[in-house]
Design a protein around this ligand. Structure first.
Ligand SMILES: C[S@@+](CC[C@H](N)C(=O)[O-])C[C@H]1O[C@@H](n2cnc3c(N)ncnc32)[C@H](O)[C@@H]1O
Length: 315
């Protein structure tokens, strides 16, 4: 893990333009900051998807579970599970299933396990720590039908060509009766989107800058975090938000474990994260020639966010 982190940081900081991978946001502090972001008034995404899970869990359960028999409910990037728990409660009323959350963060998985143990002590849970791109390849086909959850606009963090590849590998991992739920933020106006990535309390800023602190702590970096600022953007036409960290001064940063120094000009940016906003047309274009098709779109009452249910096209 640390070797991969080193390699990814070295690649990202030697590239032009510089970039870092958003999956490294989630260390112990990053996990906590993300939970705070989800509670920021500007971060409408969580409330909107939460409303769907709170008020339409019965519909989700009917669409995702097979009509008879047991199944596996696999969640990619499960996080704190506070939305999923509503679906789990609904499913537990009349379905037999095993919940299999996958997350790169062992802290997130440990607190998810504690949370589920107190909320749903009888639930069958099998956690798996790892990168979902890797874990996905090894999703054992144990013969049970599966429903795969990918909530929280997580797929929005992928560039379109990566989302395409990702959906194509999900398609390959799925059998005819399997289901996929993609929770995606809907394309909308700048006035609504941009504040979600630039909250007034500065939590998103702290979340982005924490990755520099993580590099300092884990890779022996000497980033002077205060000499960088958070600079998000949203292109309304494209429907893509991008988060950057920008150097406030000309400076050099040493990362001991990489044996390298990196030069930053004043105003130079490090690309941190992309958040693509979707609609049916964009999703269909990204589904491309996979055999996945849209079965149902479930939106919150303000039409901010959608859970798209996909199934394999019958041939
Ligand atoms: C944006 S949060 C979403 C959490 C939750 N699904 C929700 O909707 O509230 C992203 C979660 O995905 C995990 N994650 C991010 N990149 C990952 C990756 N490549 N593989 C596995 N988990 C990842 C993070 O640790 C974090 O818990």
């Amino acid at each position: 893990m640390i070797e991969q982190f080193k390699a990814d940081v070295a690649n990202g900081l030697s590239a032009t333009p510089k970039s870092l991978l958003s999956k490294y946001f989630y260390d112990e502090i990053g996990d906590k900051l993300f939970v705070q972001i989800m509670h920021m008034p500007e971060y409408y995404l969580t409330d909107a998807e939460m409303e769907i899970f709170e008020h339409q869990a019965d519909k989700l359960a009917t669409l995702l579970a097979p009509t008879t028999g047991t199944f596996d409910l696999i969640e990619l990037g499960a996080g704190d599970g506070t939305k999923t728990v509503h679906l789990l409660k609904e499913l537990q009323k009349h379905r037999e299933f095993c919940y299999k959350p996958i997350d790169i963060s062992s802290h997130a998985l440990a607190s998810l396990k504690d949370f589920l143990q107190s909320e749903l002590p009888d639930l069958k849970v099998e956690t798996q720590q790892g990168d979902y791109f890797e874990v996905l390849k090894g999703i054992a086909d144990n013969g049970n039908p599966k429903a795969i959850l990918f909530l929280g606009s997580n797929m929005g963090n992928m560039l379109d060509h990566n989302a395409k590849r990702f959906l194509s590998s999900l398609d390959n991992a799925m059998n005819a009766e399997d289901k996929l739920l993609l929770g995606l933020d809907l394309k909308k106006k700048r006035e609504v989107v941009l504040p979600a990535y630039n909250d007034a309390a500065g939590i998103t800023k702290a979340f982005n800058l924490n990755l520099l602190t993580r590099i300092n702590n884990e890779l022996g970096g000497n980033f002077d975090v205060d000499s960088f600022e958070h600079a998000p953007e949203y292109n309304e036409e494209e429907g893509v938000a991008k988060s950057y960290i920008r150097s406030k001064v000309d400076q050099e940063v040493r990362i001991d474990s990489l044996g390298e120094s990196y030069y930053f000009e004043k105003g130079e940016r490090i690309h941190m994260e992309i958040s693509r906003k979707y609609n049916e047309e964009i999703l269909n274009a990204i589904l491309g020639d996979t055999s996945l098709v849209l079965q149902e779109v479930i939106k919150d009452s303000k039409n901010l966010f959608a859970d798209f249910i996909l199934t394999k096209q019958s041939t």
